[in-house]
Design a protein around this ligand. Structure first.
Ligand SMILES: [Mg+2]
Length: 380
């Protein structure tokens, strides 16, 4: 056991690893059906593991889909030395120091996503050192968060397959079901939504996600036709950067509008919030540069009266959603299950914040086996 002391600690070593997680089935959303992307077969992760002079440890991760993994890893390697010898408690200072170390490549996208893994590891370390789950270190409003399934509702799945997966999710204690829309044939989207709503009944929260593939006119037309299904939200109806279009749609429809997962900085989210572009904001901590920027934009969203439903990475976002003032949602994906020893518990429609200190995650042997490259900076 590391000694617990109030004396300043220093970061002794930082290990960065890149690993490729294969997916059991190739995944298709609307971006594949519009010909813009190929089906997704793997997710590439950047893991950061920190150890301090006093023996405290922290782990964090970032990720990329289809492209960008090698770039995230390369940038993290370039700047990692900046944290060696620093006090791991001074997270905001280190976040800034890492940013300035790589400032010439900008304040968004790959550059900040490379830093996210390190920032998240610092938060994990701080909570573990305090002996608290991260949600408790931040200050939690609840000890469980409403959760909905995404894994089962992609466009490569048939309606009978989606029905079967939805039944399994609900039996497992997951509370809502999200299905993808945005097919080139809108009538087929409506048939699928109609079939799933009929199967679930009126009481199960149902969401749809168009993955940015509608134009403004189509989104309004589809949104009006979808009103009858009493959806929890319509996600990414438009291009992620079309704040004005989202705002007009949110004003025109009763169904709440959700977006934000593709944005890669606080500044980009600020524009969305200022434009009142959505009812529910969907930031992603690894994508915006870590927990430090996530908390900053969550404060802005709260002040603007928005609801929060973070995107992907439930292992991180469960803690952040528990610490948001208003009732939130966390997105249930089973894809990352093979990476971690622990599994998250779902019950009565909610995901339970684990009692383990920090994020409460430990890498499996399988995750180590999928690691394709790794580098350590600092002392051995
Ligand atoms: Mg989405």
């Amino acid at each position: 056991m590391p000694s617990i002391t109030a004396a300043p600690d220093t970061i002794r070593r930082l290990t960065l690893s890149t690993l490729t997680l294969p997916l059991a089935t190739p995944i298709s959303d609307a971006k594949v059906f519009t010909g813009r992307q190929r089906p997704m077969t793997e997710v590439v992760f950047l893991f950061a593991e920190i150890i301090t002079a006093q023996g405290h440890e922290g782990i964090g991760f970032s990720y990329s889909k289809r492209a960008g993994g090698p770039a995230q890893y390369a940038h993290a390697k370039d700047v990692a030395a900046a944290v060696i010898g620093e006090d791991p408690s001074d997270i905001a200072k280190l976040n800034l120091k890492l940013f300035w170390a790589g400032a010439s490549v900008g304040r968004s996208g790959v550059a900040t996503q490379a830093l996210a893994a390190i920032d998240i590891a610092l938060w994990d370390l701080k909570a573990r050192r305090a002996g608290l789950p991260l949600a408790k270190l931040l200050g939690a409003h609840r000890d469980s968060v409403r959760t909905y399934d995404t894994s089962g509702g992609f466009l490569h799945a048939s309606v009978p397959e989606i029905r079967e997966r939805a039944d399994r999710s609900l039996a497992d204690g997951i509370g809502g079901i999200k299905i993808k829309v945005g097919l080139p044939d809108g009538a087929e989207d409506l048939r699928r939504v109609d079939a799933i709503r009929a199967h679930l009944g009126d009481d199960v929260p149902l969401m749809v996600d168009a993955n940015q593939q509608w134009d403004r006119r189509t989104a309004l037309r589809m949104g009006r036709r979808l009103e009858q299904y009493d959806l929890e939200w319509i996600e990414e109806p438009l291009d992620a950067e079309d704040a004005e279009g989202h705002a007009a749609l949110a004003r025109a429809l009763d169904t709440p509008i959700a977006t934000g997962e593709m944005l890669a900085s606080v500044r980009e989210h600020e524009r969305l919030i200022d434009a009142r572009a959505c009812d529910i904001i969907q930031p992603d901590a690894p994508r915006v540069g870590g927990i430090t920027p996530f908390l900053r934009l969550a404060a802005l969203a709260d002040h603007a009266g928005l609801d929060l439903a973070p995107h992907f990475a439930m292992e991180i976002h469960l803690h952040l959603a528990a610490a948001y003032p208003r009732e939130t949602w966390v997105e249930h994906f089973d894809w990352l299950d093979p990476l971690f020893e622990e599994s998250l518990e779902t019950r009565d429609g909610r995901m339970l914040v684990p009692q383990r200190p920090g994020l409460g995650i430990t890498l499996t042997e399988q995750a180590r086996a999928w690691t394709t490259d790794s580098v350590t900076v600092g002392a051995d």
